[in-house]
Design a binder for this molecule. Sequence first.
Ligand SMILES: Nc1nc2c(ncn2[C@@H]2O[C@H](COP(=O)(O)OP(=O)(O)OP(=O)(O)O)[C@@H](O)[C@H]2O)c(=O)[nH]1
Ligand SMILES: [Mg+2]
Length: 192
Amino acid sequence: MVIKNVALETVCGITSVLPDNDKMEIAFAGKSNVGKSSLINGLMNRKSLARTSSSPGKTQTINFYNINDEMYLVDLPGYGYAKVAQAVKEKWGKLIERYLHESKQLKAVFLLIDIRHEPSENDKTMYDWILHNGYEPIIIATKLDKLKRSQVPKHLKQVRTGLNVVEGTQIIPFSAETKQGRDEIWALIDEL
Ligand SMILES: Nc1nc2c(ncn2[C@@H]2O[C@H](COP(=O)(O)OP(=O)(O)OP(=O)(O)O)[C@@H](O)[C@H]2O)c(=O)[nH]1
Ligand SMILES: [Mg+2]
């Protein structure tokens, strides 16, 4: 994908009407702080169009990035952020659920897992949701640069086992620092 123009087109909060887009959408889901916004910046070749933060809970809305007027990359709020009040968590959860169920243009949901950590219960739930709703699950193992190269295979296996992935599930290691994995992710999106 040659990036010609990108723009943050729609921002949806808990009470928003979701956009009725006419181009395909690719969404990025995962635990808070796993690197969703950083990945989207990496894919767009932008440093900070998608706002990132070292403290979890940065993205609190669903953000639609228009890519070349051809498609949307969708940045979802992260789950599992302990410091958010339960009532707010439930509202975010409902918003994400509403989007995943109602969008007519959603073609794929990429699930991001921090390569260093074992997948959580929430990660498993998200993985199962993707599978049971008929999307081909694609896992992105983020923060690849935080591991020594020799540790990578063991951690990829931990992700596979932790999520109990179905045969043939792709896991793409990615680093927002080195951009390793970026071309593979775009190749997959292009196929869609
Ligand atoms: N070393 C390293 N740090 C990363 C990478 N990806 C993200 N980070 C850092 O991790 C932190 C969280 O990244 P975000 O992209 O904001 O994470 P997020 O998943 O969008 O988080 P929420 O919006 O809170 O759900 C930031 O400090 C990033 O700089 C990576 O590949 N390598
Ligand atoms: Mg974010």
